[in-house]
Ligand binder design. Structure first.
Ligand SMILES: [Zn+2]
Length: 383
C-alpha cells in the first residue's frame, strides 16, 4: 500500500460542496459524540434511523458518513490502547467550526478519469474536480481522503500495489549512514550531506507571522487572515523539508541496495530543548520511513556506542560532543567523528546480515590530519 497525495482544484461551486461535506462530517461527529454511543454497530444502526429524521443527510455519500463513525470508533480504540500502556488519557472533544478539515471515501464512490491532458477525480454526490497526478497510479485505489489545508485542497489516494517479483540484491552495494545535526547525513563512503536548516532560514517570516497572529483579536476577520498566512508559512517549510528528504532518500536507495541506519529514540531526544528544534527540523524519522520503502533492504542497528567505538579495532574511545575527530590510541585510526560512526553503523549492519566486513584503509589525507593534530591540538579543535 502506498499513499499518493495530490492537489485538487475545485471550482467555486465544487468548493462550496466540499465545504458542506466537511460541515456535515463535523455535525455527525459531534452528534455521535454527544449521544455517547459506544459500540460501532449501534452507531451504524442509529445513523440509518437518523437519515429518516434528517433527510438532507442523503445528499451525502453514505459510505463517507459511515467513515465518520469509523473515525470516532478508532479514536476511542487508540485512547484505550494508550490507557492500557499506562498513559493518562482525556476524552474526545467536539470538533469546533472550521476545525474539521478532512473526509474519506472508502472502497467506493470515486473514480479517476482522463480528459485530454487533465485528470478528473469523480466523487459521488460531489462531482468531478481537476486533480494533478504527479505520478502514474499502478494498482487499485482503495481509499481517498480529501483534506483542506491552508486554503488548498488535497486528495490522498491509498493505492494497493500489485505484487512484483523481488529484484536481485547486490549485497556489496551497501552503506552505513550516520544522521546528525552538524551534518544531516555522513555515510561510510565519506559522502557528506550538510544540514539544510530550512526552519532556520524560513524561521524569521514564520515568527513574524506568528507574532501578527497573536496580536489579532481571536475569531475576528483579521485573525482568520493572519492564521491562514501562518499556516501557509508552515506548509512552505514542511514542503521544503519533504522535498529535501525525498531527494536524499531517493539518491541513497538508487545508489545502494543495502542501507544501514541507527535505531533512533527520537521521543527521548526531543526532551532535550536545545536539540529539539534541530531534530524536528531534521526530521530523521521521516527520512528513515522514506528509506524503508524506497530501498531494497534497510537494516536498523543498535545505536549503543556507535560514536565512541573505533571502526577499525573496536576499542572504546570516549569523546564529548565537542570533539569532532575520532583518534584511536590503540590502532592509530584518525577520522572525522561522524565518518567513524558511519563505518561502525555499516559494519554492524553487515554483521546483522552475516556478511563479511570490508575494512577501509585510511587515506593519506586523514593520516596527515592526524599527525598534525598531535602536534597542534588547538589548531584543529574547531575543524
Ligand atoms: Zn582503533
Amino acid at each position: 500500500m502506498i499513499t499518493i497525495k495530490c492537489r485538487i482544484y475545485p471550482t467555486i461551486q465544487q468548493e462550496s460542496k466540499l465545504l458542506r461535506t466537511l460541515d456535515t462530517c463535523r455535525w455527525l461527529y459531534n452528534y455521535f459524540l454527544d449521544k455517547n454511543i459506544q459500540s460501532r454497530e449501534d452507531m451504524q444502526f442509529i445513523l440509518t434511523e437518523l437519515k429518516e429524521q434528517e433527510p438532507w443527510l442523503t445528499q451525502f455519500h453514505s459510505k463517507m458518513l459511515q467513515m465518520v463513525l469509523h473515525k470516532i470508533d478508532s479514536s476511542r480504540r487508540a485512547l484505550k490502547a494508550l490507557q492500557r500502556n499506562g498513559h493518562k488519557i482525556g476524552k474526545l472533544h467536539f470538533i469546533k467550526h472550521d476545525e474539521c478539515n478532512t473526509f474519506t471515501y472508502n472502497q467506493s464512490g470515486f473514480k479517476i478519469e482522463r480528459h485530454g491532458n487533465t485528470n478528473l477525480l469523480w466523487l459521488s454526490k460531489i462531482g468531478c474536480t481537476e486533480i494533478r497526478l504527479h505520478r502514474p497510479i499502478d494498482g487499485e485505489i482503495k481509499q481517498i481522503t480529501i483534506t483542506k489545508k491552508a486554503g488548498s485542497w488535497y486528495a490522498s489516494l491509498v493505492v494497493e500495489k500489485q505484487w512484483q517479483l523481488p529484484e536481485m540484491i547486490n549485497f556489496k552495494k551497501s552503506v552505513g549512514i550516520d544522521v546528525g545535526i552538524r551534518n544531516y547525513a555522513y555515510d561510510s563512503d565519506g559522502c557528506i550531506t550538510p544540514n539544510p536548516r530550512h526552519l532556520i532560514k524560513l524561521q524569521k517570516p514564520l515568527i513574524r507571522a506568528n507574532r501578527i497572529l497573536s496580536r489579532r483579536v481571536y475569531g475576528s476577520q483579521n485573525y482568520k487572515k493572519a492564521k491562514k498566512h501562518y499556516q501557509i508559512m508552515q506548509e512552505r517549510i514542511a514542503r521544503c523539508r519533504k522535498d529535501f528528504l525525498h531527494k536524499l532518500s531517493t539518491n541513497y536507495s538508487s545508489k545502494y541496495d543495502v542501507i544501514v541506519l541507527e535505531k533512533l529514540q527520537i521521543p527521548n531526544m526531543l526532551r532535550n530543548h536545545h536539540l529539539a528544534q534541530s531534530i524536528s527540523d531534521a526530521s530523521w524519522g521521516t527520512f528513515k520511513q522514506m528509506i524503508e520503502y524506497k530501498s531494497k533492504i534497510m537494516v536498523e542497528i543498535n545505536p549503543r556506542n556507535t560514536t565512541v567505538e573505533c571502526s577499525r579495532c573496536g576499542s572504546i574511545i570516549p569523546k564529548t560532543l565537542a570533539i569532532r575527530t575520532h583518534e584511536c590510541d590503540q590502532c592509530g585510526l584518525t577520522l572525522d567523528r561522524d565518518n567513524n560512526s558511519a563505518n561502525v553503523i555499516h559494519d554492524r549492519g553487515l554483521m546483522l546480515l552475516e556478511l563479511p566486513m570490508v575494512h577501509r584503509e585510511v587515506t593519506p589525507v586523514e593520516i596527515l590530519l592526524g599527525s598534525m593534530k598531535q602536534e597542534k591540538p588547538i589548531a584543529l579543535s574547531h575543524g
